[in-house]
Design a protein around this ligand. Structure first.
Ligand code: 3BY
Ligand code: FES
Ligand code: FE
Length: 441
């Protein structure tokens, strides 16, 4: 008979599960079993990456329940400036209101539900529904609804709001009715980010990539640098490929890079002390509703920026910083972002799931608001390293999706340098379990 193994494990007789058993069930996956039997230290079972049922669960349990990253205040500098973000069938407007506050509303008219703003970004005086012209302020109040019966009270028909939180200029949303406390995370990360003055920056470039890959493969790919040496020749001009290695496990061929890193870290820490910048690693990627990691670390080469030689791409320092040699302040927040702040620019990344096998990766480069294109920075020089890196990563993720879609795929072991992937999956399974408990009463 067929000896059935636990997920990803050899059966008692040493055989691996037969094809067609490991990856999928014809009747749709048993999501509860998959959640309960996740094997720590291993990549997830195939349905997590390929199943539309799991995708729908991810939208509800993760993206509609936890804090997610949308972008920065620099994307909506003036009252009425907005961005929209679509998550599954949700759509949310993030808009700067007339009091300069950042607000978020469901993109659903309170008359008969019509989608209000169809563009990914733009600027409005008020939010006007195209169907019967109900009109809302950027703050979400209904100020005009023609031809209503007497007694109609516009105050009852404000846009439905979404919880929004800005942390040192980074905008996070929570679609769920009871957002988790994010204050503690904000307190820890703000001192690292605030000196880069995101509110005083402007968008120099924004690029959307749509990758034929599950959002979790995109996140996992970002959380390791095991692939950097072979996969990112441009990024590793400045990003040390020793990332993720324990100091005593660095392979001989990376020793020269590691010694450059240690030297650069000494210089960096002097500069941090003088500018009052924290640099210590704080890492709580799982075990809490908002898993995160922040550090400031040295860059290779000139140590200033993500360029081919590591020298600054923009001539204007951010905020009140007094040197470009500040390496990278890097932030990871579960489930959907990574971020790097340098002395001269900032680059933000947001990940939005579109389907089980399609994901939007939005990259935004910020420079000081006074920096002039062609004078203080060259756009190609500013963006080329991460443009190439993103393309390389997209290719890895797409090949990854093809691989995990094969009936032959079995979860494989994370390497020691891939500890953050295991943490990502641990956090993810924790959130799926928390959601399951909430909905089952
Ligand atoms: O962008 C990042 O933060 C990650 C860290 C390691 C690989 N990747 C560059
Ligand atoms: Fe928006 Fe009628 S549905 S005004
Ligand atoms: Fe990569």
């Amino acid at each position: 008979g067929l000896s059935r193994a636990a997920p990803g494990q050899a059966a008692p007789d040493g055989s691996v599960p037969r094809l067609g058993i490991a990856g999928r069930d014809i009747a749709g996956p048993d999501i509860d079993r998959l959640i309960d039997e996740r094997r720590p230290g291993y990549s997830l079972e195939a349905p997590f990456y390929i199943s539309p049922d799991l995708f729908a669960r991810d939208v509800e349990a993760i993206f509609a329940s936890t804090w997610i990253f949308v972008g920065s205040v620099a994307e909506v500098p003036e009252p009425g400036d907005f961005v929209t973000i679509d998550i599954g069938t949700y759509s949310v407007i993030v808009i700067r209101d007339d009091d300069d506050g950042i607000r978020a509303h469901h993109n659903v008219c309170r008359h008969r539900g019509t989608r209000l703003l169809g563009e990914p970004a733009g600027s409005v005086g008020n939010i006007v529904c195209s169907y019967h012209q109900w009109t809302y302020t950027p703050g979400g109040e209904l100020i005009s609804a023609g031809a209503q019966a007497p007694g109609f009270d516009p105050a009852c028909f404000s846009l439905r709001s979404v919880s929004v939180r800005t942390i040192a200029g980074l905008i996070f949303l929570c679609l769920g009715p009871e957002p988790h406390d994010i204050d503690e995370v904000a307190e820890v990360i703000s001192p690292y980010l605030a000196p880069h003055d995101i509110a005083g920056a402007k968008v120099a470039a924004q690029v959307d990539l749509i990758e034929d890959s599950n959002w979790k493969l995109v996140m996992e790919n970002n959380r390791e640098c095991y692939h950097c040496e072979a996969g990112h020749p441009e990024l590793t001009c400045t990003f040390f490929p020793t990332y993720g290695y324990a100091p005593d496990e660095i392979p001989p061929r990376l020793q020269p890079a590691y010694h450059r890193f240690l030297d650069a870290e000494r210089r960096l820490h002097d500069n941090c002390d003088r500018n009052g910048l924290p640099f210590a690693l704080v890492e709580e990627l799982s075990g809490r509703p908002t898993g995160f990691r922040i550090e400031r670390a040295a860059l290779d080469g000139q140590g200033e920026s993500y360029t081919m030689d590591g020298s600054a791409a923009s001539a204007k320092l951010l905020g009140d910083l007094d040197t470009f040699t500040l390496g990278r302040a890097s932030l990871h927040v579960q489930p959907n972002m990574w971020f790097h702040a340098m002395g001269d620019h900032i680059v933000t990344f947001s990940v939005v799931p579109l389907a089980a096998d399609r994901t939007l990766v939005r990259t935004t480069w910020l420079v000081d608001a006074d920096a002039e294109e062609g004078v203080d920075y060259d756009l190609a020089n500013l963006t080329s390293v991460w443009m190439k890196t993103n393309e390389q990563d997209a290719a890895f993720c797409e090949r990854g999706q093809l691989g995990v879609s094969s009936p032959a795929y079995l979860p494989g072991p994370y390497a020691p340098t891939e500890g953050h992937l295991d943490e990502f999956c641990t956090w993810y399974i924790e959130r799926l379990k928390a959601h399951r408990e909430r909905v089952s009463g």
